[in-house]
Structure formats: structure tokens, C-alpha cells
Design a binder for this molecule. Structure first.
Ligand SMILES: [Zn+2]
Length: 202
């Protein structure tokens, strides 16, 4: 079964050995977002061999800031019935931020697998620290097990395509995307160097 078949039939063979297949479904929806002018970030929730949530980020379409791909995919999954949350996996093409990590925990998703690391807002490492100091007797949200990178090159290629298509834009989304692929843009303005120009400008 090819990744294309899976994305159309919405059936995925679960398990760590098949994370590349789940991630391909997330990359597919990220590509769809890219063609619509969005950042190339996609996410799917896979449970019991089915995709129960799927979304790309919609900041541009909705002109809102909380509409991350992972959060939208989790919301769709949360409205669906009959899936085993603890055995479900959230696949996302970018390391999840603090909001989406928290949403996955609240949705009781067991695992998160990400493709491309985000030094900017990635919060994956917090998942290993969350339970420290909390008693096993205390009923508290368990953060998902977080794994990455998977299919890192494919996710980076999408970000590079997004940045290259926009050139030297001053758009903060574009500038942020450039940092994700390790190619931060030049500062938009630099303060005057008093050593080279001692004359006050005003
Ligand atoms: Zn997020």
C-alpha cells in the first residue's frame, strides 16, 4: 500500500515501524496548505488504522493565530467517536509548539511524531519533564511520548519552497519560516554604530 493510497483511503497501518507512512499523510496536507498560501505545516491524527483528524495551518485563511495544524487536526479528532485516544498518534510536519503539545495532552493522544525541529517554538522536550515531581497517585494530564525527526528532509523542502517563493519579504511569517530551515533573514534594520557615525541623527 502506498502513501498515496493511504491518504485517499484514510487507512494507515499503525506502529513505530510505519511512522514514515503516517508522516507522509501529514506532508500531503502540508503541501495542500502550501498551495493555498499557508505555511507548509500539516498534521494528522491516526487511531485504530484510520485518520480521524487532518488539517494544515490556517493563519492566512482565517486571519487568526491559534489555528495551528495540530490544534485543528486534534479538534476534528475530538469530535469523532470511537477511537482509542491513548493508542492514537499525532503526526505533524513541524515540532509542536507549547499550545499544541498541551492540546494533544488534553485530548489524551498517546504519541506525537514530528518531522522538522523548531528551535523557535518547539516544545517537544517538555514532554519528558512534565511528570517530574508529580505523584503517580495524582490524576493529571499525561503528555504524549514525543518522537522526531521523521521525514525531516521532505518537511524542510516544503519550508524552503515557501521561503523561496516569497524572496526577501518582510512578512513575519516568511522571516520565521526562514529560521526554521536555518536560513534566518538579515535584520530588517540595524542600529547606527556610534563608533563609525558619532553624529546624532536628531
Ligand atoms: Zn502549535
Amino acid at each position: 500500500m502506498s502513501a498515496h493510497d493511504i491518504s485517499t483511503a484514510e487507512v494507515i497501518d499503525l506502529g513505530g515501524a510505519h511512522d514514515e507512512i503516517g508522516m507522509e499523510a501529514a506532508l500531503d496536507i502540508a503541501r495542500a496548505g502550501l498551495t493555498r498560501g499557508e505555511l507548509p505545516i500539516g498534521a494528522v491524527v491516526v487511531a485504530d488504522g484510520r485518520i480521524v483528524g487532518r488539517a494544515h495551518t490556517e493563519e492566512v485563511t482565517q486571519r487568526r493565530l491559534l489555528v495551528h495544524a495540530e490544534l485543528l487536526a486534534l479538534e476534528e479528532a475530538d469530535r469523532a467517536d470511537g477511537w482509542d485516544r491513548r493508542r492514537a498518534t499525532l503526526y505533524t510536519t513541524l515540532e509542536p509548539c507549547l499550545m499544541c503539545l498541551g492540546a494533544a495532552a488534553t485530548a489524551m493522544v498517546g504519541r506525537i511524531v514530528w518531522a522538522l525541529k523548531s528551535d523557535s517554538d518547539g516544545a517537544g522536550r517538555l514532554a519528558t519533564e512534565w511528570s517530574d515531581g508529580r505523584s503517580a497517585d495524582l490524576p493529571h494530564p499525561h503528555l504524549p511520548a514525543v518522537t522526531g525527526p521523521v521525514a525531516e528532509d521532505a518537511a524542510r523542502d516544503l519550508f524552503r519552497a515557501y521561503v523561496d517563493a516569497r524572496g526577501d519579504s518582510c512578512d513575519p511569517f516568511v522571516r520565521w519560516a526562514a529560521t526554521i530551515i536555518g536560513e534566518p533573514p538579515e535584520p530588517m534594520s540595524t542600529p547606527p554604530d556610534p563608533a563609525s557615525d558619532p553624529t546624532p541623527s536628531r
